[in-house]
Structure formats: structure tokens, C-alpha cells
Design a protein around this ligand. Structure first.
Ligand SMILES: Nc1ncnc2c1ncn2[C@@H]1O[C@H](COP(=O)(O)OP(=O)(O)OP(=O)(O)O)[C@@H](O)[C@H]1O
Ligand SMILES: [Mg+2]
Length: 310
């Protein structure tokens, strides 16, 4: 395994039974590899198959064909190594904040003393800013606080991968911003590997190192990987003032509005190489971008963003 292939999605296909008989192919033969410590966001239209990919990464669903390799091992069901944060927080209502986080810690480190389990839980309760709310039950918490408990619970087991399905979408703008800051800080500090689904372009540009663009289904593909050219130490308060910000944003929006639709024809015509997803760095001069791009030529109808949206 190379460091570039901490997570390796290898030719996965997902088909569901179609209502009138036969099957519907959500996606077919998808390939993607993710590096250790990398924050990856995936963006695509509703129904293209993002959650299905995430559930396969979590081991909660199985691909019809293909496999996912994590840290050299094929995924065969859910694992404590991979924590999932859903849009609905799914807390145990009869347990306190501390109880919910300790429950996760004890499922990973069952032989630890209760005091050690509580110490580990407290560390992550503090990290997400819930100090003082340890003894509250979910019914006594706001939506944002519940989501923080979900994040603390996921981080407390120190997973190899954090999988997040639109974790902030149900929150008000202020809470969302604060939680984005906390998640980003914790992930940068701990070198956490993250795979996150979002519909929010700015959220992806703020959080992600790489943004995977998924085309419309059926037969959706990972159409493009946008490498975030903004500096790693970007701040939520000023990343939109960076000279490269509008180039990246426009590139992603252009994909969602226009280009995501044209892939179906390219895929059907066999013109798209699913094994070598084009990598682009919008706004970065060609010479720099070329060194990070794969050796495959640009697909017809797909301009390298380094050229297209400077
Ligand atoms: N259990 C299932 N049985 C049949 N079809 C399913 C099942 N689960 C998902 N699908 C279909 O697979 C497709 C992809 O669903 P998925 O939930 O992965 O989309 P998504 O990209 O996460 O969408 P959204 O952005 O709305 O959450 C959809 O067309 C959906 O109807
Ligand atoms: Mg979804």
C-alpha cells in the first residue's frame, strides 16, 4: 500500500432492484484513492449516489461488484476503525452526554477502567465545546449541541476514518460555522482522515483538501477531483477573500450547473476513463497544476480547470 492509497475504492458498482423488475445502476466501476490525513469532500446532485458510497465505506452497505481497501484490508462490514456521523445525530436518548460518549469509548476499549473511559470521553467533550453539559440528556440539548455530541462520540474512538453525511446541514448558519471551525481544527491537529458529503460549496472549499465531483445518475461517476489551492491555514472569516477563491467556487458551481449533466453521454460512449479521474487545481497556473495531474489526457468536454477557470 502506498501512502496515497490509505483508502482505495476499487471498481465498485451498486445496483438496486428496479420497481418494474430488473435493476437500476446507481454507479458502475468507480475508482478513487484517498490519502491518510486528507480531508475529502464529495459534492454532487441529490440522488447521484453519495450516501451509497459513504455507506459502502462504512461497511453498512456492500457493493454489487468491486471492493474498498482501507489500510491494506478489504472492508467486510462495520468497524470501530471507521466512525460515521449522520445528519440525524442518533444519540441514545436515555444516556447523558457523557454516557453517550463513554458508550462509544467502552465499545473500543472495553478493558479500560471506567475512570480512563471517562477521561477519554471528557477530552472530546471539551474539544467540541460541551464542557459543563456532560450530565444533560439529548432531550435537553439543542440541535447543534446534539450534533457536537455525535462528533465527540465519533472522534473519541480515534477512528482511522471519519465518514460524515451532511453533518451540518440541519443547523443554523451560526452554529454550522462554529462547528465547521471545530471539526477543521480537530482534524488538522489530529491528522484525521475524513470523507464528507456536502451540498454546500463554501463548506467544501473551507474544509476540504480535495473535492470529488460526482456526476448525475443513473450511472454516476467520480467526474473530477478538485485540489483545493487555498492555503492550509485558511480561516472561515477570510478564505473567501483569497485571490483563488472565486476560481475554485466558479469551477465547482459550473460543474453542478452545467457539466455534471454531460457526463452520462461520455460515460455511455466509453469516452471517460473511470480509473483515472482527472485532477484539477482551479486558478493555479498550468505549469504548477500539470505536476499534480495524472498522466491521462483531458476528456472530451472536460477542460482542465487550471486552464478553464483561472
Ligand atoms: N435501498 C435502496 N433501494 C433502492 N434504491 C435505492 C436504495 N438506496 C438508495 N437508492 C437509490 O440510489 C440512488 C442514490 O441514493 P443516495 O442516497 O446514495 O443518493 P445521494 O447522492 O446521497 O442523494 P442526496 O444528496 O439526496 O442525499 C437514488 O436514486 C436512490 O433512490
Ligand atoms: Mg445522501
Amino acid at each position: 500500500m502506498t501512502p496515497d492509497k490509505f483508502i482505495s475504492i476499487e471498481g465498485i458498482t451498486k445496483r438496486f432492484p428496479a420497481p418494474g423488475g430488473g435493476t437500476t445502476t446507481v454507479f458502475e466501476d468507480l475508482w478513487l484513492s484517498l490519502k491518510r490525513g486528507e480531508f475529502t469532500c464529495i459534492i454532487g446532485h441529490s440522488g447521484c449516489g453519495k450516501t451509497t458510497v459513504l455507506n459502502i465505506l462504512a461497511g453498512l452497505d456492500v457493493p454489487t461488484e468491486g471492493a474498498v481497501i482501507v489500510d491494506g484490508q478489504a472492508i467486510e462490514g462495520p468497524s470501530i476503525d471507521r466512525a460515521v456521523i449522520f445528519q440525524s445525530h442518533a444519540l441514545l436518548p436515555w444516556r447523558t452526554v457523557m454516557g453517550n460518549v463513554v458508550y462509544a469509548v467502552s465499545s473500543k476499549w472495553s478493558r479500560w477502567s471506567k475512570a480512563d473511559q471517562q477521561k477519554q470521553a471528557q477530552k472530546f467533550i471539551d474539544l467540541v465545546g460541551l464542557t459543563g453539559a456532560e450530565h444533560k440528556r439529548p432531550a435537553e440539548l439543542s440541535g447543534g449541541m446534539k450534533q457536537r455530541v455525535g462528533i465527540a462520540r465519533a472522534l473519541s474512538i480515534e477512528p482511522k476514518i471519519m465518514l460524515m453525511d451532511e453533518p451540518f446541514s440541519a443547523l443554523d448558519a451560526l452554529t454550522r460555522g462554529t462547528l465547521q471551525d471545530e471539526v477543521r481544527r480537530i482534524c488538522v491537529e489530529t491528522g484525521q482522515t475524513v470523507f464528507m458529503i456536502t451540498h454546500d460549496v463554501d463548506e467544501a472549499i473551507y474544509l476540504a483538501d480535495r473535492i470529488v465531483m460526482m456526476s448525475n445518475g443513473p450511472d454516476a461517476v467520480f467526474a473530477e477531483i478538485v485540489e483545493n489551492p487555498l492555503p492550509k491555514d485558511r480561516k472561515r472569516t477570510d478564505f473567501h477573500k483569497h485571490p483563488l477563491y472565486y476560481g475554485v467556487r466558479n469551477h465547482i458551481i459550473d460543474f453542478l450547473v452545467t457539466r455534471s449533466k454531460i457526463f452520462a453521454a461520455e460515460v455511455q460512449g466509453g469516452a471517460f476513463d473511470k480509473r483515472h479521474v482527472p485532477v484539477v487545481r482551479p486558478g493555479v497556473p498550468v505549469a504548477v497544476a500539470a505536476s499534480t495531474a495524472p498522466a491521462t489526457p483531458p476528456m472530451p468536454g472536460l477542460q482542465r480547470s487550471s486552464v478553464a477557470s483561472g
